[in-house]
Design a protein around this ligand. Structure first.
Ligand code: MG
Length: 251
């Protein structure tokens, strides 16, 4: 299924993408009640929201070898982990706000794992049973603020710095997906999730031994090499095989 969260006629609901239409659901895929109804609406008439209303987005730094190399950093022996606040979330086709205090704003194309049920002290071999599906994240970064702060909360935590979407799919496997980013149509990053240093099951197990992962929480698995800056008016697109295209404008 391809899960979407959207606003239509002023009402927020979940549904399932079916071609150019959305089948409206009752309940939520993050609770025990989720049921598709017979009501359908055109996809184009819905405003998509971030498909997972996360309490925390747990993000992994330096999880592709070529991205560590472009910073001249060694490949980490344990995952580099940071959090984005829930207020950083925004949806497909929305605006990423260029902050006044930032002078270099970067995209980072990332595969995001969406947690479907509470996960604590999960074993690696059981980890995938806690996953609802996968979506696309853009780990937007105020690059010039990152080294200044010693840690990454400020550089990564502005409102609208976590575009997610357009939908969550449970129809893909995470380990061999093409991942691409484009700015104004020009390809910037091109890699494959087979290049992840720490795999999805490893990350779920590792993180769940530190903090309980709640339904709707996100693990953003890191970005490949090829990062660069964006400017106001730019259109940034991230495409992952089987997960569609996440498109945002810089404003
Ligand atoms: Mg990142």
């Amino acid at each position: 299924m391809k899960y979407v969260r959207f606003i239509y006629n002023g009402v927020e609901r979940y549904g399932a993408l079916a071609g150019d239409r959305i089948r409206v659901a009752e309940g939520s895929p993050f609770t025990s009640y989720f049921m598709l109804t017979s009501e359908e609406i055109p996809y184009e008439s819905a405003k998509l929201l971030p498909p997972a209303p996360f309490s925390k987005a747990v993000c992994i730094g330096l999880n592709y070898r070529d991205h560590a190399e472009e910073f001249g950093l060694p490949v980490p022996e344990t995952p580099v982990v940071f959090l984005k606040p829930s207020t950083s979330a925004t949806g497909h086709d929305s605006t990423i706000v260029y902050p006044e205090m930032c002078h270099r704003l970067d995209y980072e194309a990332e595969l995001a794992v969406v947690i479907g049920k509470e996960a604590k002290n999960v074993r690696e071999e059981d980890a995938l049973s806690y996953v609802l599906g996968y979506t696309i994240a853009n780990d937007v970064t105020a690059r010039d603020l990152q080294p200044k702060n010693g840690q990454w909360t400020i550089a990564k935590g502005f409102d609208t710095f976590m575009p997610l979407g357009p939908y969550i799919s449970d129809e893909v496997k995470a380990d061999t997906l093409m991942i691409t980013s484009r700015v104004n149509g020009e390809t910037k990053q091109k890699s494959n999730t087979s290049n992840l240093i720490f795999t999805v099951p490893y990350l779920i197990s590792y993180i769940s031994h530190v903090m309980t992962l709640l339904p709707g929480d996100i693990i953003s698995t890191g970005t490949p090499g090829g990062i660069s800056g964006m400017h106001k008016g730019d259109i940034v697109e991230i495409e992952i095989e089987g997960l569609g295209v996440l498109r945002n404008t810089i404003g």
